[in-house]
Write a protein that binds this ligand. Structure first.
Ligand code: SF4
Ligand code: SF4
Ligand code: SF4
Ligand code: FES
Length: 568
C-alpha cells in the first residue's frame, strides 16, 4: 500500500493507483475532460492538474501515480487558475455554439467551464473546420473537437478498427479520419462507440427527428413505430426520468403522445427472428454443415464481417435483423390487415443503435416496399422528440396489437448473450418437442467479452460462443480461422455488452451502463407471462394466416437475405 495526503486527508491506496483514483477514494472530486478509465489516460487536456508539494510543475492527476508520502492539493488558487487557463485554451480552438449543439446540457466541456465559473474567452479563436458528408449516419464537426483522443482509442483499442488518427503536431495537431480519407472509404462499422465516448458535440449521429415530425403531420401517412428491446432499459436517461418511472408501458405512452398512429414492439420481431434463425440453426446442425453459423441481427457486426472478413460472410445466418423483419411484416401482413397499400405506412424504428440507420437503406434487406423501415431514430433522438412532453406525468399504456405482443425471449435480445439464450430456448423445443427449464441456458449471460458454453440437447452436444465488442469479435473470428476453437453457433454484437450498450443509447459520460441496462432486460424477461419465442401467439397467428411456416417460401422472401449477394 502507498500512503499519501490529499487536501489534508490521509489516504492509503494500492501501488500504481493514480492521484485521480486516490482522490476519489478520499471522496475528493477532481474534474476531468479527456480521461476515460483504462482507455484514455494520456494527460492531454490538463483539466485535472493538482499541486504536489516539492514539485514546481503542476501534475495531471489522471496520469500521475500516487507515491508514498506525497502531499497533494487539488483546489489551491494556483490549481484553479491553471485549470481555467487550460480550459480557455481549449475553448480558443472550439466553436462554442451550445444552443444549437446536440450535446447542449450533456457536455463535459460545458460542465467543466461552468464549474470553473469561466465567463470570458481571452485567447484568439481558431477552431478547425472540416467538410463532412452529412448524409452519413455518423457526423463529425471538427470545429467542436477538443483533440482529446477518446474516439481514437475507443475505435482502435475496443473495436480494433482504427478509423480515427491524430495528425500534425503542437497547436496544429488534429484528429481526423485515418489517412485523411473520407469516412465512407474506411472500414467504419458504424457502431457509434466513438460517439458515446466523445465528451463533446464533435461526434454525433445524423438527426432524423424532423422526418418523423413531417410524417406525423402528413394526413396521408399511417405512422407505425417499433421500439427495440434495449431502448426500454435506457430511455429514462434520455428524458431525465428515474429508472423506476421510466417503465416500458410509460415509454409506450410517451411515444404515443408524439401523435403516431401505432406503437409496436421490435420484441415481437425478435421472437420472429428466433423462429427463423432457430429453424435455420436446426437445419445447419441436421445437415452437419461445416463451421459455425453466425447470428446476423446486429448490423454493426454484419458490416464489420463484410468489410473485414468478406470470405466468412457465407457463415452468417440469412435471417434479417428484427428491425428489418418488423418493417417487412408491417408493410405486407399488417398493411393487408389494415386494408391499405404498403406505401401508406411510414415505419419508424427507435433503436439503441447507429448502424441501423445505414441498414434500413440497404436495398437487399428491403422486400415488402422500397423502404420497409423509413426512418431509424436512436434512443437519444427519441429523448429530443420528447422534450416538450411531461413524461413522468403520463399514465402507463399498452403496446398496440398484434405486432406489440412479445415474450421474455424477445426482450433479452437487447443484452449480450440474449439472442443465443432465446434461440436455445426455442431450438431445444424444436428438437425435443418440449420446453427446457427457462433458465437452462443462462450460462451465456454476463459481460465477459467472449463467452463459451456447451449444452446437450438430445443426442447433440451444441458448442456455442458469444462475443460483444468488435475487438472480441475479431479475436474469436481469428481463433476460428486458425482452427483453435470450433463452435456450432456464434452470437456477435458490435457494441460491448450488446445493444444495451449501443452507440445510440443516452450518454452518461464516464459510465459504462451496458451491464445495468442489460440486467433490466433480464428483470423484464422474468416478469413476462411468456418466455419462449415459439409461444408468442401473434407470431403463431402470423405464420398461420400469412407466412405458412418458418423458412417457407414467403418467409424467405420477406424475412431473409442472401448475405453473399450484397457488398458494402
Ligand atoms: S460541445 Fe459542448 S461546449 Fe461545445 S458547443 Fe457543444 S455543448 Fe457547447
Ligand atoms: S462508429 Fe465504431 S467503427 Fe466507426 S469510427 Fe466510431 S468506433 Fe470506429
Ligand atoms: S471527436 Fe470527440 S472524442 Fe474524438 S478527439 Fe474530438 S472531442 Fe475527443
Ligand atoms: S483529464 Fe487528466 S489530463 Fe485530461
Amino acid at each position: 500500500m502507498v500512503k499519501l495526503t490529499i487536501d489534508g486527508h490521509p489516504v492509503a491506496v494500492e501501488q500504481g493507483t493514480t492521484i485521480l483514483d486516490a482522490a476519489k477514494k478520499a471522496g475528493i472530486d477532481i474534474p476531468t475532460l479527456c480521461y476515460l478509465k483504462d482507455l484514455n489516460e494520456i494527460g492531454a487536456c490538463r483539466v485535472c492538474v493538482v499541486e504536489i508539494e516539492g514539485q514546481d510543475r503542476l501534475s495531471a492527476a489522471c496520469a500521475t501515480v500516487a507515491e508514498e508520502g506525497m502531499v497533494v492539493r487539488t483546489a489551491t488558487p494556483r490549481v484553479l487558475d491553471a485549470r481555467r487557463i487550460n480550459v480557455q485554451l481549449i475553448l480558443s480552438q472550439h466553436n462554442v455554439s451550445c444552443t444549437t449543439c446536440m450535446r447542449n446540457g450533456n457536455c463535459k466541456l460545458q460542465k467543466v467551464a461552468l464549474d470553473l465559473n469561466l465567463q470570458e474567452e481571452p485567447f484568439e479563436k481558431k477552431p478547425f473546420s472540416n467538410k463532412w458528408d452529412k448524409t452519413f449516419p455518423l457526423v463529425r464537426d471538427a470545429s467542436r473537437c477538443i483533440q482529446c483522443l477518446r474516439c481514437v482509442n475507443v475505435c482502435e483499442k475496443v473495436q480494433t478498427l482504427g478509423v480515427w488518427s491524430l495528425t500534425g503536431t503542437g497547436k496544429r495537431a488534429r484528429v481526423e479520419v485515418a489517412g485523411g480519407k473520407s469516412i465512407r472509404d474506411v472500414n467504419c462499422a458504424l457502431c457509434g462507440q466513438c460517439i458515446t465516448h466523445c465528451p463533446v458535440g464533435a461526434l454525433t449521429v445524423r438527426d432524423d427527428t424532423q422526418r418523423v415530425r413531417q410524417a406525423v403531420a402528413d394526413p396521408e401517412k399511417i405512422v407505425v413505430v417499433q421500439v427495440a428491446p434495449a431502448v426500454r432499459a435506457a430511455w429514462g436517461d434520455a428524458v431525465g426520468v428515474s429508472a423506476e418511472a421510466a417503465t416500458e408501458k410509460r415509454m409506450v405512452a410517451a411515444i404515443r403522445a408524439l401523435g403516431v398512429d401505432y406503437v409496436f414492439d421490435t420484441d415481437f420481431s425478435a421472437d420472429l427472428t428466433i423462429m427463423e434463425e432457430g429453424s435455420e440453426l436446426i437445419e445447419h446442425i441436421k445437415e452437419g454443415r461445416q463451421g459455425p453459423m453466425f447470428t446476423s441481427c446486429c448490423p454493426g457486426w454484419v458490416r464489420f464481417l463484410k468489410l473485414e472478413y468478406p470470405h466468412l460472410v457465407k457463415k452468417l445466418s440469412t435471417a434479417k435483423s428484427p428491425q428489418q423483419m418488423f418493417g417487412a411484416v408491417a408493410k405486407s401482413y399488417y398493411a393487408q390487415l389494415l386494408g391499405v397499400e404498403a406505401d401508406k405506412i411510414f415505419c419508424v424504428s427507435i433503436m439503441p443503435c447507429t448502424a441501423k440507420k445505414y441498414e434500413c437503406d440497404v436495398a437487399a434487406v428491403n422486400d415488402a416496399a422500397r423502404k420497409d423501415v423509413d426512418v431509424v431514430l436512436t434512443t437519444r433522438e427519441l429523448g429530443r422528440l420528447l422534450r416538450h412532453v411531461d413524461v413522468a406525468a403520463l399514465e402507463e399504456e399498452e403496446f398496440d396489437q398484434p405486432l406489440g405482443t412479445a415474450t421474455g425471449a424477445g426482450v433479452i435480445f437487447g443484452a449480450t448473450g440474449g439472442v443465443m439464450e432465446a434461440a436455445l430456448r426455442s431450438a431445444y423445443y424444436l428438437l425435443t418437442g418440449r420446453n427446457p427449464e427457462v433458465d437452462a441456458f443462462s450460462e451465456v449471460r454476463g459481460l465477459d467479452g467472449w463467452k463459451e458454453a456447451s449444452f446437450q440437447i438430445r443426442d447433440k452436444k451444441l458448442k456455442v460462443a458469444v462475443a460483444s465488442g468488435l475487438g472480441n469479435a475479431r479475436k474469436l473470428v481469428e481463433a476460428l480461422e486458425r482452427g483453435e476453437v470450433s463452435y456450432d453457433f456464434v452470437e456477435i454484437m458490435a457494441c460491448p455488452g450488446g445493444c444495451a450498450g449501443g452507440g445510440g443509447q443516452p450518454i452518461c459520460d464516464g459510465q459504462e451502463l451496458a451491464g445495468e441496462r442489460g440486467e433490466r432486460l433480464y428483470e423484464l424477461d422474468r416478469s413476462y407471462a411468456l418466455r419462449f419465442s415459439h409461444e408468442n401467439p401473434a407470431v403463431e397467428e402470423l405464420y398461420k394466416s400469412y407466412l405458412g411456416a418458418p423458412l417457407s417460401h414467403r418467409a424467405h422472401e420477406l424475412l431473409h437475405t442472401e448475405q453473399e449477394d450484397w457488398e458494402l
